[in-house]
Design a protein around this ligand. Structure first.
Ligand code: ADQ
Length: 453
């Protein structure tokens, strides 16, 4: 089998290498063994080295490169996270554009291509991940790389009416066409992206999602990412029975647990979720002292101003909700800004009567799948899920909500808490069958099979 070369903005930290950790690492952990993983080291250095640093761990070579402060500010904080991230999450009001940041984005991608090209061997398959690295494939081609090149976008894609506001947006679309295969999460994202290719690049797309440019053919497809469902289920069962689970269980007493787990990001819809919980306690006072909501929101992208703003907003909301509804022996909302080890999280999910996942927009949302995987088949909890998470396509038996409407969230919470056991089992079984079948390994296999075809 051909060697796999992965490129992503961040390469898993040394502590995570080889062990199953979050999202991408867990999805790709199996296929990357024996391969090479290239990306930013996570370090900011005085002068950026032009050669990647190589380290080997458990049969995989990790090749990393530092960024300078200016590259970090303009490429990562700037164009990637202040232009592309808000745009692709339908948040035009938060999108900023600065030509110098775009130039830096291109030049970092060019530098990455120059550092990666010498590491690519004939026959390798190169698989680039996410919005930070859209132009990488085109720059590799310019350096004479003729290997199979693929790209996967983890975030949503917007329709042409929205995408067209992005200055230089057509250049990025054209850059996508340099790959042999471009994958997105859902058929909605695929339709949006192909509409952009048609309307903004003026290129025809055939019914297999293929686009021809100067003799090169790029294929576009939807490949919904999965999790290691069986592994996660096992971890949840063990962890719920262990010390962490016991501690949570004792602290809850007989109260039902509503659980949310996210990166602290404005796309995750946390203020509306807090408000939805508060309205539920306001409209159905019988739930007071009977339900505890635990929200774990690990700090993320602290250098982007909007992330600091939302953190302040949530701190204040949590204080207000607890001040208004709390009792001497009951804290309604427990709000933690820390990452929590995966095993511990899995156990917490299993305790939760309700998994509350209400992003305003999300490419997929793996937390929704993890919550389902973690449930006890005999007494499963119920997922409350945003209609605008990619996971909605596979998890239609969840209670689906419009995350922009806190009252709808409140109503769904009340319904979820009252749902009888046989209905919870029925809904859970269907979702579980689907995510067990469409897991991380099959996602990788499908993608690589289409690429090879
Ligand atoms: P994210 O936006 O990071 O991913 P998500 O899909 O939910 O969102 O994945 C987050 C991962 O981090 C999950 O595995 C979760 O368990 C873990 N995590 C979240 N908060 C945590 C915390 N406080 N402590 C520990 N772990 C935590 C991007 C896209 C998504 C897409 C994924 C994968 O934005 O839409 O689903 O990539 O393609």
């Amino acid at each position: 089998m051909a060697r796999l070369v992965l490129a992503s903005n961040r390469v898993p930290a040394a502590a995570d290498r080889g062990v199953k950790s979050g999202g991408l690492v867990s999805a790709l952990g199996e296929v990357i063994s024996g391969g090479l993983w290239f990306g930013w080291s996570g370090q900011v250095a005085k002068g950026a080295p032009t050669k990647a640093q190589l380290r080997r761990a458990r049969g995989t070579v990790y090749a990393t490169i530092d960024l300078t402060q200016e590259q970090y500010d303009r490429y990562y904080v700037g164009f990637a996270n202040s232009t592309l991230w808000p745009l692709l999450h339908f948040r035009l009001g938060l999108m900023e554009f600065d030509r110098a940041q775009y130039e830096a984005y291109l030049s970092v991608n060019r530098a990455f291509a120059a550092a990666l090209a010498p590491l690519i061997k004939p026959g390798d398959i190169v698989w680039v991940h996410d919005y930070h690295l859209i132009p990488l494939g085109g720059f590799l081609r310019e350096l004479g790389i003729t290997n199979k090149l693929a790209f996967f976008l983890h975030v949503p894609f917007v329709p042409p009416s929205m995408y067209s506001v992005l200055p230089k947006g057509s250049e990025l679309l054209a850059a996508l066409c340099a790959y042999d295969l471009v994958g997105v999460q859902t058929i909605t994202d695929l339709r949006n992206l192909l509409d952009c290719v048609r309307e903004l690049l003026g290129r025809p797309v055939d019914d297999m999602g293929r686009v021809q440019t100067n003799g090169h053919q790029a294929r576009f497809g939807a490949f919904p990412i999965g999790i290691d469902s069986v592994g996660f289920a096992r971890m949840a069962e063990e962890s719920a029975a262990g010390a962490d689970g016991k501690r949570l269980g004792e602290s809850l007493g007989r109260r039902a647990l509503v659980m949310g787990v996210d990166r602290l990001d404005y796309s995750k819809g946390l203020p509306n979720r807090f408000e939805g919980f508060a309205r539920m306690l306001g409209r159905w006072p019988e739930w007071r002292s009977k339900v505890t909501y635990v929200q774990i929101a690990a700090r993320s992208r602290d250098d982007v101003p909007q992330y600091r703003t939302i953190r302040r907003e949530l701190d204040q909301m949590a204080g207000r909700i607890n001040g208004r509804f709390g009792a001497i022996d009951w804290v309604p909302l427990r709000y933690l800004n820390r990452p929590v080890p995966r095993g511990t999280l899995a156990g917490y999910y299993r305790f939760a009567r309700v998994g509350l996942v209400t992003p305003l927009r999300d490419g997929m949302n793996l937390v929704a799948k993890e919550y389902v995987a973690a449930q006890d088949p005999e007494n499963p909890g119920i997922l409350v899920l945003s209609r605008f998470a990619g996971a909605m396509h596979e998890l239609g038996e969840a209670l689906l909500v419009n995350p922009y409407d806190p009252d709808e969230i409140a109503e769904a919470l009340d319904t979820a808490l009252r749902l009888p056991l046989d209905e919870r089992r029925e809904r859970w079984r269907r979702m579980w069958d689907r995510i067990r079948e469409d897991d991380a390994a099959s996602w990788c296999r499908n993608f690589l099979t289409v690429l090879a075809a």
